[in-house]
Design a protein around this ligand. Structure first.
Ligand SMILES: [Ca+2]
Length: 313
């Protein structure tokens, strides 16, 4: 039986690729997509979700618009990376019959978790504002979720686990560290996939991958078009962060996780949005700081790309 998932996202080029991979895999059943401000503002991110679903002809997946700003700090976007439209300035229209639902994203998350208790894997690809609001609104919400799989954070557990906004902070956490703190301290199983593995050299898209995408069918061509400006601006090797969450669900054996107690820095001048990992080995758990999560510490990058291309192309 297919696994029920809900995706919370801020498309975003790599979000779009993750949505494509999840929608095209028969072992995953997308119950809905909630949208949050992140890479672009929430209206553009919602439009982009609808554009991708229209392109895939998956018009039956409901889309819910969520938070337009973070719980903490001013909204910061990443249109310098993802283009003004958030998808690399591609020519892709929203089909006229596609609109977001009336219900807000946090309310949808609460409702769907009640409807499918302990039967939903919540996949997050953006700042964690919608989840934090759902946690604050409904004390039973998090108990109803089976597990959370998030692309978020830089943990310093591999040579690649350094920040991409500041030396210490990754975008999805930096842009709403309070939301991340609320979600990461919640009592559910959390699998956190961060820059420690998404920036690993063998997981980056290289020139051969780009040429292969360009010369493949319509799905590959769309990915090539979204990525090409960013790819050449970044010197010929580009990470695809968000799709790791989906490939982890499809092929968990190529990922390695370890359990750590973690917390999020929300006050620091130079460390704002940093994830503090309590990796002290000889300290008993009851003395450790933060809350436990499973942190991704390795991936077979070649296998990641192979599985991603197999799913999408
Ligand atoms: Ca994202």
């Amino acid at each position: 039986m297919a696994r029920n998932i809900v995706i919370d996202t801020d498309p975003g080029i790599d979000d779009a690729v993750a949505i494509m991979a999840s929608a095209l895999n028969n072992d995953l059943n997308i119950l809905g997509i909630s949208v949050v401000a992140g890479n672009v503002d929430v209206d553009k991110a919602t439009s982009n979700t609808l554009r991708i679903l229209g392109f895939l002809e998956k018009k039956d997946i409901p889309v819910y618009k969520g938070a337009h700003r973070p719980l903490l700090g001013e909204r910061i976007d990443a249109s310098d990376i993802h283009g003004d439209d958030g998808l690399g300035n591609i020519d892709l229209k929203i089909p006229r019959d596609l609109k977001p639902m009336e219900t807000s994203a946090p309310q949808f998350l609460i409702n769907i978790a009640k409807e499918y208790p302990k039967d939903i894997t919540l996949v997050t690809l953006g700042p964690l504002t919608n989840l934090a609001v759902a946690i604050l609104m409904d004390s039973e919400f998090i108990d109803n979720i089976n597990s959370i799989v998030s692309m978020a954070g830089a943990y310093g557990l591999t040579p690649y686990g350094k920040g991409n906004i500041t030396p210490k902070a990754e975008f999805n956490v930096y842009t709403d560290p309070l939301a991340a703190k609320i979600v990461f301290s919640s009592e559910t199983e959390k699998y956190l996939i961060g820059l420690d593995i998404t920036q690993k050299p063998d997981a980056l898209l290289n020139e051969d991958d780009m040429n292969m995408l360009r010369d493949s069918g319509k799905n590959g061509k769309l990915i090539h078009n979204m990525l090409k400006t960013l790819f050449y601006a970044s010197g010929g090797a580009v990470p695809l962060h968000d799709p790791h969450t989906i490939i982890y669900l499809i092929k968990p054996e190529i990922y390695k996780f370890r359990r750590y107690f973690i917390d999020v820095e929300i006050y620091g001048e130079n460390t704002y949005g940093e994830i503090v990992v309590d990796d002290r080995e000889k300290v008993p758990e009851w003395l450790k700081q933060g809350f436990p999560s499973y942190i991704c510490i390795d991936v077979d990058g070649e296998e990641f790309k192979k599985e991603l291309f197999n799913t999408i192309l």
